[in-house]
Design a protein around this ligand. Structure first.
Ligand SMILES: [Mn+2]
Length: 462
């Protein structure tokens, strides 16, 4: 087994090392400083001649063995690196010192340097972060415990981050839906989000402001009261808990407020709560939180904080890939596949644009077809369009290094309908009435021609 040869400079560092607890594979040595030679740090043997070729020869480093030097004296650290480079040129070197950096040391092909104190500090700081989160959890639990019925209020048309956050808060306070329902002033509208609610087996109740009277406590997740219009219902201006990552707003009272605008998702805050509280994380909840973070940070893209990445990694080992797939890729009905088959039979990629017109179709099929369309060879843009009720709805995807999809869709729908989105995904809706008024009958061929021309124009930026 490869050995770690630890060389501590002086008694203090040797004692600190023995307190950390030495690994089985570690050979513990130390170099006494003046007046320290009578001390015997437990488990250590002294290099009585100090740092010299003889001491290294005695240690007989073999291939794979590495050295670690623990010292706050730059002269010692530099001498140690030079010595190993000369006497055991194949051994890697770790310098644990808060007083030198790798640049201050002689060059060595296999060297790392880090401060022992800063390593411990980082862990201590992290523990204090967990403790601050635990303090929030305890405060929330203490506040909510005596209340019979708690409303977990999400924004109208709740999004995955809010849904996951609300679900997590309910688990944290140890409640189920009868005494802590997820509520909202507006139903979940987006088909992707409905697919999430269904796959997770959740229920989100739409309530009127008057119905808030039945709750003994209100907890707002991923939202603050000022979002509920110009003059929000009085009941939501004085609440119990607000957990959010949107910019801090004023004009309301809450007993507990945890607002972290630097975070990419509220689901990240709740993940930190769960972790700090040492709560068992179930795959279903981990999957919901994973999807919440993914969706609010656009797949850990821009506006993702270090905390979002850490939370995502923490959730990743527990989440259910199968359940996540079901949320992200809802099942396609046979009818939609036939519509897709007809559209694919006429596939053409013109100037990098792949347009698939589906005809009348279930709304959640459209974004999935757009994803598929982008896989076509030569496609930089994929557009899937279909008729849903009395609207022409289309989803747009691109490869990311071209013009922002949101901008392109806004240009396409200008004066006709609504649309928007992000860098690489966007959605547009044009009422058929408006389409007909401008272009005539909404036949498949006409939709194809109109969209092809409109996108070509918008993508090229005029
Ligand atoms: Mn959010």
């Amino acid at each position: 087994m490869a050995r770690r040869i630890i060389v501590c400079d002086g008694l203090a560092s040797a004692r600190l090392w023995s307190r950390i607890g030495a690994d089985e594979a570690e050979v513990l040595t130390w170099v006494p400083r003046d007046g320290e030679s009578r001390s015997r740090p437990p488990g250590f043997h002294a290099l009585s001649r100090g740092l010299c070729a003889e001491s290294v020869a005695k240690l007989a480093p073999k291939t794979g063995d590495g050295f670690a030097f623990v010292s706050e004296d730059p002269t010692f650290a530099r001498a140690a690196v030079s010595l190993v480079a000369r006497e055991a040129p194949n051994s890697p070197v770790l310098v644990l010192s808060d007083s030198v950096t790798a640049e201050d040391l002689p060059s060595h092909p296999c060297l790392r340097a880090n401060g022992l104190r800063s390593l411990i500090r980082d862990d201590v700081d992290e523990e204090f972060d967990h403790l601050a989160n635990l303090r929030r959890v305890v405060a929330i639990r203490t506040l909510i415990e005596p209340r019979e019925k708690v409303g977990i209020l999400l924004q109208p048309d709740p999004d995955p981050d809010g849904i996951a956050g609300g679900y997590a808060l309910r688990a944290l306070i140890g409640r189920k839906s009868p005494t802590a329902p997820l509520i909202s002033f507006g139903e979940v509208k987006r088909p992707e989000n409905r697919a999430m609610v269904e796959a997770l087996g959740l229920e989100i109740r739409t309530v009127t402001p008057d119905e808030l009277d039945e709750f003994d406590a209100l907890a707002l997740v991923d939202v603050q009261p000022s979002v509920f219009g110009e003059s929000p219902p009085a009941r939501v201006l004085s609440v119990d808990v607000v957990i959010d990552h949107h910019p801090e707003r004023s004009g309301y009272d809450t007993v507990i407020r945890d607002i972290r605008p630097a975070y990419g998702a509220t689901a990240t805050i709740l993940t930190e709560y769960i972790r700090a509280a040492g709560m068992e994380l179930r795959p279903r909840l981990a999957t919901a939180l994973t999807y919440g973070i993914k969706s609010d940070t656009q797949l850990l893209g821009r506006e993702t904080s270090r905390q979002d990445m850490t939370a995502f990694a923490y959730l990743h080992s527990v989440h259910s890939p199968a359940l996540l797939r079901r949320i992200e890729r809802p099942a396609l009905p046979a009818e939609a596949l036939r519509a897709l088959g007809r559209a694919l039979s006429r596939t053409e990629i013109t100037d990098g644009v792949h347009l698939l017109v589906l005809g009348r179709v279930r709304e959640d099929v459209i974004p999935q077809v757009a994803d598929l369309g982008l896989q076509a060879e030569g496609a930089e843009w994929a557009i899937a369009a279909g008729i849903v009720k009395s609207d022409l709805v289309f989803s747009v995807r691109n490869v990311g290094y071209v013009r922002a999809a949101g901008d392109v869709v806004r240009a396409v729908v200008e004066g006709l309908g609504v649309g928007g989105g992000h860098r690489s995904m966007a959605k547009g809706i044009i009422p058929l009435k408006a389409f007909r008024k401008t272009y005539g009958d909404a036949t498949r061929t006409r939709i194809q021609n109109v969209l092809q021309a409109a996108f070509a124009k918008a993508i090229n930026g005029d």
